[in-house]
Design a protein around this ligand. Structure first.
Ligand code: HEM
Length: 209
């Protein structure tokens, strides 16, 4: 039976792709620190808070913070255009994975920025610290409302790292790497992403060294 979808080759602007990648690298520097910070939950609340205090000097500075938020919004907008373009044509599993992780991340980023900047800091006047992140004192596991954060955060961490792995695969292919090698890099990144996500979630939910 003939397909009802009119899948066709569309042009995806190289400038848009490069812009998304370069801005993504800037965002990645913050994300790397942020996840490193959350790994410290394995050493307890005060270790987590100490690392956050140090990071805040940089990422909450009047110059960096607006740039970081702008870069994230730029990722959401350019990512949305890229998904729109790529999804109009027939694609393989790897591209689909890149698009799907990107769509999840866009929703995650908007929701997370809303929770931190609009809900907590502007509307409720809540400090966005350990208690905010973990639903302290009850914790994510035992609070019927906060428990939703477990899949939300776990997928957020997994998908942000796996999405970077997808981007790295595309860059490797563009630099004439063998397809098998590029695919293996993605699988290795996704496995690493799974381990980091699991470790952070264990730490945020009370597992300690
Ligand atoms: C376990 C997963 C995560 C948890 C528990 C978490 C929690 C938090 C907390 C508590 C803050 C406030 C930080 C502060 O007050 O200094 C924050 C800020 C932020 N998070 Fe996350 N986050 C997670 C994952 C992510 C991911 C995957 C991203 C990016 C894709 C992200 C992006 C941001 C950004 C941009 C901010 C604002 C930084 C600022 O204050 O200027 N987070 N997050």
């Amino acid at each position: 039976m003939a397909s009802t979808f009119n899948l066709q080759k569309v042009s995806v602007s190289p400038l848009l792709r490069i812009g998304h990648g370069v801005s993504g690298l800037l965002v990645s520097a913050y994300v790397a620190f942020h996840l490193f910070n959350h790994l410290f939950s394995l050493f307890g609340e005060s270790a987590h808070a100490q690392v956050m205090e140090m990071g805040r000097i940089v990422y909450r500075s009047p110059l960096i913070e607006p740039l970081l938020v702008l870069a994230l919004l730029f990722q959401v907008v350019t990512g949305g255009i890229l998904v729109w373009k790529w999804s109009a044509q027939k694609t393989d599993f790897y591209r689909l994975f890149q698009l799907a992780t990107g769509v999840f991340l866009s929703i995650f980023i908007l929701s997370h920025l809303n929770a931190v900047f609009i809900f907590a800091r502007t509307f409720a006047g809540i400090e966005t610290d350990w208690s905010f992140a973990t639903g302290d004192p009850v914790g994510m596991l035992y609070d019927p409302w906060s428990v939703r954060l477990i899949p939300h955060y776990a997928f957020g961490v997994f998908f942000v790292l796996a999405h970077l792995g997808s981007g790295l695969r595309v860059v490797l292919l563009a630099h004439a790497a063998a397809e098998r090698k590029a695919n293996n890099v993605l699988f290795a990144t996704a496995s690493f992403a799974f381990l980091i996500s699991l470790t952070i979630m264990l730490g945020l939910n009370g597992v300690r060294f």
